[in-house]
Design a protein around this ligand. Structure first.
Ligand code: G4P
Length: 528
């Protein structure tokens, strides 16, 4: 329990959303509250780099997406907050899924005009798998959005989570007047483009006070009274335990670009968000309060500048104290390693750090020793479980264009897939190498990097598969027979787990029906 005080003052979370819902804007406002940046626009300008440092960066710039997930640390009311950024672009969804294993809670941003969108659904599925506590921020209330009750119903139904409104909006679009804070019993009035902390807040403990009519007009006051009676009647006080178990999500309404409703959410966040949590490992549950250090790698970010070929591995500290220059046990490689320049992050700036505690994320320079899911400890042999691998959606065969560079190609494929850029499968029988990704963009990235970094030239030939299913069975003989009969559709992932490559949903369903003793899974885990 040596580090209880450090643990108590930390919160690590990620903001997730469908692209364009307002994640970057909200991030920026939170950083302004934390004093981590001084001017609006600072985060935005990082999103698309002005000077491309390589051709690949040019691809990134042109597509206007941020490949990197960086970590931003700031302090608010004495609480040290680690905000892990996640790429919004769908082609990089796997990166986001893995980042979700490194946080203790999330804030989900929903655009009040568009409601639940494709990425929102998928991201929430990952949160539900881990029962991650979620706070919902309904953004863009300054635009004519969906009816507030219908929107909440849609979110509850589509995302399969109970919602608990913490603030309640008064109109939307050009008639948006603000929100009533149900927890603090105060009226927060909306004026566009307010700066941090100068919101117009009026205490109205009893909504029957005539002051309410004076402030927002009689008809809106009447509607608010009716709405709040309905909402309060259904929800009452937030049960924080239900939130912490991932059963109920508190909801805030606001407008990130106008910095409205953000402070209410941040204040609630630091009041209720979970501290760094204990975690399951391959051998036992690891208590976050243990004195001995442990942590795992959840992301590897390659440096795309050809002059500096190093990579940065992102380590989440799970217990104990991480110290610079101290030897730690790299469990998979069974060797001791130390780091002379571990980094902490503040957007694009990096600072060397001396120590880090549970909940913190440390950037470690890597020359190829790490892969996703690797664990560092003070000697114990364990792996953190629950780091998900999802079935890719696009599959292509690797075609070697330069037989003289076969070794380089193999090395490149191994290292790039260790980073989690894509998944590598080897077909049974034919020994074909198959790359699986969630988006077309990754194939471009891989092709570019194989050539630039390994001197290997490869092309990709599209394959007609729609999913890779990890197959298991209690009956070893049945599994063996199935893999033998279906050789052409069977492959092994990098860890030797067997997958069935399905051409279509119809084929998959047919195989499921014909082989009731075999289970087909769309997800796997790095360490089972
Ligand atoms: P993302 O990171 O989730 O992809 O979204 P981002 O914050 O970049 O926001 C997407 C767009 O939505 C931006 O407009 C942003 O200004 C706008 N936006 C964010 N919050 C609000 C809000 O509360 N109300 C309204 N009306 N708009 C909001 P853009 O035109 O793409 O960029 P910009 O030119 O404004 O920077």
């Amino acid at each position: 329990m040596k580090y209880a005080n450090e643990i108590k003052r930390r919160r690590s979370f990620a903001i997730i959303s469908h692209p364009d819902a307002g994640k970057t804007t909200l991030t920026e406002k939170l950083l302004l509250f934390g004093g981590a940046i001084q001017i609006a626009g600072a985060v935005k300008s990082n999103k698309i780099k002005k000077h491309a440092t390589s051709d690949f960066m040019e691809i990134e710039r042109q597509r206007g997406i941020s490949v990197a997930t960086s970590v931003m640390t700031f302090e608010y009311n004495g609480i040290l907050i680690n905000l892990l950024d996640t790429p919004g672009h769908k082609d990089f969804a796997e990166d986001t899924y893995r980042t979700l294993t490194a946080v203790d809670s999330v804030i989900l941003v929903i655009d009040s005009v568009n409601g639940v969108e494709e990425q929102t659904r998928r991201l929430m599925e990952v949160c539900r798998m881990r029962d991650t506590p979620v706070i919902v921020f309904i953004n863009k209330m300054d635009r004519d959005g969906k009816n507030r009750f219908e929107l909440l119903e849609e979110v509850e139904k589509e995302l399969n989570i109970h919602l608990h409104p913490m603030t309640w909006p008064i109109n939307s679009g050009k008639d948006f007047k603000g929100v009533y804070d149900l927890h603090n019993k105060s009226l927060v009035l909306f004026t566009p483009n307010t700066k941090a902390s100068d919101e117009d807040v009026v205490q109205i403990k009893d909504l029957n006070e005539p002051l309410l009519d004076t402030k927002i007009g009689e008809s809106d006051a009447a509607m608010l009274r009716e709405d709040v009676e309905l909402v309060d009647g259904v929800h009452g006080e937030l049960n924080v335990d239900d939130y912490l178990r991932g059963k109920v999500a508190p909801v805030f309404f606001g407008s990130a670009v106008n910095n409205f409703g953000v402070k209410e959410m941040l204040d609630t966040f630091i009041r209720i968000a979970p501290l760094p949590q204990s975690r399951e490992t391959s051998v036992r549950e690891l208590d976050v309060n243990e004195d001995r250090f442990s942590g795992f790698i959840f992301k590897i970010h390659a440096n795309l500048d050809p002059k500096h070929r190093d990579r940065i591995a992102f380590l989440r500290v799970c217990s104990g104290k991480f110290e610079r220059n101290k030897y730690y046990h790299h469990v998979r490689l069974d060797k001791d390693v130390r780091f002379s320049n571990p980094y902490s992050f503040m957007a694009r700036q990096k600072d060397v750090i001396e120590e880090a505690y549970p909940g913190d994320v440390v950037g470690l320079f890597d020359t190829g020793n790490f892969k996703i899911g690797d664990t560092l400890t003070e000697g114990e042999n364990l792996f953190f479980t629950g780091i998900p691998v999802f079935s890719p959606e696009l599959f292509k065969e690797v075609v070697n264009k330069d037989p003289m560079k076969t070794k380089q190609l193999e090395k490149g494929l191994m290292q790039l897939t260790d980073e989690g850029v894509a998944q590598l499968f080897t077909q049974f029988g034919g020994n074909k190498k198959i790359i699986g990704c969630v988006g077309e963009l990754q194939f471009e990235v891989i092709q570019y990097r194989l050539l630039q970094e390994y001197g290997a030239s490869a092309e990709f030939k599209a394959l007609p598969y729609f999913k890779a299913c990890w197959i298991t069975s209690n009956d070893a003989k049945k599994l063996e027979d199935f893999t033998r009969f279906k050789t052409n559709n069977i492959a092994a992932d990098k860890d030797g787990h067997v997958v069935y490559l399905a051409q279509s949903e119809w084929f998959l369903n047919t195989e499921r029906q014909n082989n009731p003793d075999i289970e087909f899974h769309f997800t796997s885990e790095v360490h089972k």
